[in-house]
Each structure stands twice: as structure tokens, then as C-alpha cells.
Ligand binder design. Structure first.
Ligand code: NI
Length: 167
């Protein structure tokens, strides 16, 4: 297993659109294991392939406190959504930034698991937020893009400054 490098906003590669996974293979499962390890090490609750510069439609998530309930979503699709709810979000690609975003309160998602088997899941609460956030990554969208232009400019400036301090 390996810890993968997570792209940091405003990296342009975060805006690429991920392609469908045509076949779930051992390579896919290796990527999933590495993504899970990277997510747990960060630590975070979700990680999309886009964030590790692999532009395939898949993400991993684990919102449990015990970090032992990994969920894998390959080629995820939202079949239905309901309600509106505003909650605070963060992202491993936008470190140190937490902002409120409005999303659907409940979603029904269809995806393949790590064995290529289809499943359908009804999610609400934090898991629903997480699923919508990760699917956005696969479309090349980062959560801060829901915020005002002013806030986005401030966030970009803050992250660029931090990047200069690290390098
Ligand atoms: Ni994110």
C-alpha cells in the first residue's frame, strides 16, 4: 500500500472531469486500497480519485468514528435527492478551510463496489453530504466553488501563501 499525494486547491488538475471505470480490476482495487490508506492517514472522511490525480469515477468514504467502515463507490450516480440542508464542509484538497454549503438532505446513490457489484444506497445526514461532495470532485468541482467570489479569492490567497511557506 502507499500514501498518495493529494492535489491542493487551486491546482488545475482538480478541475478535470473523471472518466467512467470500464472494468473493476486488481489495479482498481490497488488504487482503492491506496486511496483508503491516504484518506485514513490524512485523516479525512472521503477521498475522490481526482484528488490523487487519477481521473476515474470512484471515491472512498468512511464517516465512522472507528475508521473501520470503508465505503467504496465506483461510477456513482445520484438517482434521487430530496430536501435542502446547510452544513459545514472541509476538504483534504483545501486544508484548514471549513465553510457552510447547502446541499440535498437525502440522496439515493447507485454505484459499484470494489468487486464490481452494483448497489443502491439511501443516505442522509453527514453521509449524504459526503457523497455529494465526492461526486462533485469527479465532475471537477471543489466545494469552495459554491462560495462567493470574494471568499474564493481569499481562500486561494491563503492557500498560495501557505504553499510558499511550506516550499
Ligand atoms: Ni473534498
Amino acid at each position: 500500500m502507499a500514501i498518495l499525494k493529494i492535489l491542493q486547491y487551486p491546482d488545475e488538475r482538480l478541475h478535470k472531469t473523471a472518466k467512467k471505470v470500464e472494468q473493476v480490476t486488481d489495479d482498481t482495487r490497488r488504487l482503492i486500497r491506496d486511496m483508503a490508506e491516504t484518506m485514513y492517514a490524512a485523516p479525512g472522511v472521503g477521498l475522490a480519485a481526482t484528488q490523487v490525480d487519477v481521473h476515474l469515477r470512484l471515491f472512498v468514504a468512511d464517516i465512522s468514528e472507528t475508521h473501520d467502515q470503508l465505503r467504496v463507490f465506483i461510477n456513482p450516480e445520484i438517482l434521487a435527492s430530496d430536501g435542502d440542508e446547510e452544513s459545514e464542509e472541509g476538504c483534504l484538497s483545501v486544508p484548514g478551510v471549513y465553510e457552510k454549503v447547502c446541499r440535498a438532505e437525502k440522496v439515493t446513490v447507485r454505484a459499484l463496489d470494489e468487486n464490481g457489484r452494483p448497489f443502491t444506497l439511501d443516505a442522509d445526514g453527514f453521509l449524504a453530504v459526503c457523497i455529494q461532495h465526492e461526486i462533485d470532485h469527479l465532475r471537477g468541482k471543489v466545494f469552495v466553488e459554491y462560495l462567493s467570489q470574494l471568499k474564493q479569492t481569499r481562500i486561494r490567497a491563503k492557500l498560495k501563501k501557505r504553499m510558499r511557506e511550506i516550499l
